[in-house]
Ligand binder design. Structure first.
Ligand SMILES: Cc1ncc(COP(=O)(O)O)c(C=O)c1O
Length: 313
């Protein structure tokens, strides 16, 4: 891990603490890793990935970064925030999908003054072509960060997070995280295997992509980057997408309310609510023993929560 350069963007280690009321409610010891409190904008998992990705951009001499995602992308908003901090130019080339109005993360993009361009397509290939076109028009070279920052280098952010968790004075039998583009899941499963081989990781899928292929591929590429030949586990992926990517689900909304009511912690409709609903589902099925310690990775996303029209939910 140490060979990989990263820039310091977040405040790490993020806190880990127990959730006493939820533990009582769910009949097991529930803990939370507060990556939502990492200190950039509204926090979130992307900052760990960006520490590696933007170090790479800088090292390779780029001063223009572009990334993508849906209209309310937390990743895109955090990429802009981190680029501005580092003095890098940033353009967000987003899919015209989801809530494009000046709400939620789009408020933050507006406040940062970052250039946002929407492209009417469902294909990321079209988006990457558009990035090349914009860069060519500007006569500049562009460092393109894939959707969600989910390539092998970005995934190292969560390998590193698992190293951080392994240094905490508490063993966790289980870890639960969200899986939206795959990098967090890949890094978490690989990192747990390397630093806490007895710990089981479950990833709640919040989109319908073929993560049974995507996550193992990313794990393999990240393991190759690290030069480890550790035997890679088959990821435990639970479908929590519900009605569709970024569309709130009943289970997700119940999880958001429970977390807010019992612990005063904010989850979101797109990622962490559905991810935590996966933990609740498993707990209710009796998957966890009463003495188990189950760590939920809070990957941020509060911005998206405030884009929703709650009168209609
Ligand atoms: C708040 C939040 N949690 C979880 C995820 C999922 O992470 P990944 O894209 O690495 O699967 C995202 C991705 O955008 C996110 O914004």
């Amino acid at each position: 891990m140490n060979e990989f350069e990263k820039v310091s963007l977040g405040i790490y280690p993020t806190p880990i603490h127990k959730l006493p009321n939820l533990s009582r409610e769910l009949g097991t010891n529930v803990w939370i890793k507060r990556d939502d409190l990492c200190g950039v904008a509204l926090g979130g998992n992307k900052v760990r990935k960006l520490e590696f990705l933007l170090a790479d951009a800088k090292k390779q001499g780029y001063d223009l970064v572009m990334t993508t995602g849906a209209a309310q992308s937390n990743h895109a908003m955090l990429t802009a925030a981190c680029c501005l901090r580092m003095g890098l130019d940033c353009i967000l080339v987003l899919k015209n999908h989801g809530i494009t109005a000046r709400k939620g993360n789009q408020i933050l993009n507006y406040l940062m003054g970052v250039e946002v361009r929407f492209v009417d397509t469902d294909s990321y290939d079209d988006i990457y072509e558009e990035m090349d076109r914009i860069a060519a028009e500007m006569g500049r070279k562009v460092y393109k960060i894939p959707c969600g920052g989910s390539n092998a280098l970005g995934s190292l952010g969560y390998v590193d997070c698992m190293r951080e968790v392994s240094e905490y004075d508490q063993h966790f039998e289980h870890i639960v995280c969200a899986c939206g583009s795959g990098g967090t899941a890949a890094g978490t499963v690989l990192g747990a295997k390397l630093y806490m081989p007895d710990t089981h990781v479950m990833c709640s899928m919040v989109d319908n992509d073929p993560f049974d292929v995507i996550v193992p591929e990313l794990m393999k590429e990240a393991a190759d980057l690290l030069g480890t030949d550790v035997e890679l586990p088959v990821p435990d992926l639970l479908d929590m997408c519900g009605p569709g990517y970024s569309i709130p689900s009943e289970e997700g909304n119940e999880a958001i309310s429970m977390m807010m009511k019992l612990e005063g912690i904010v989850l979101d409709t797109c990622y962490t609510g559905k991810a935590f609903a996966g933990l609740i589902k498993r707990a209710r099925e009796g998957y966890y023993k009463p003495e188990d310690n189950v760590l939920f990775v809070h990957s941020g996303g509060a911005g998206g929560l405030f884009a929703q029209d709650w009168e209609k939910l």
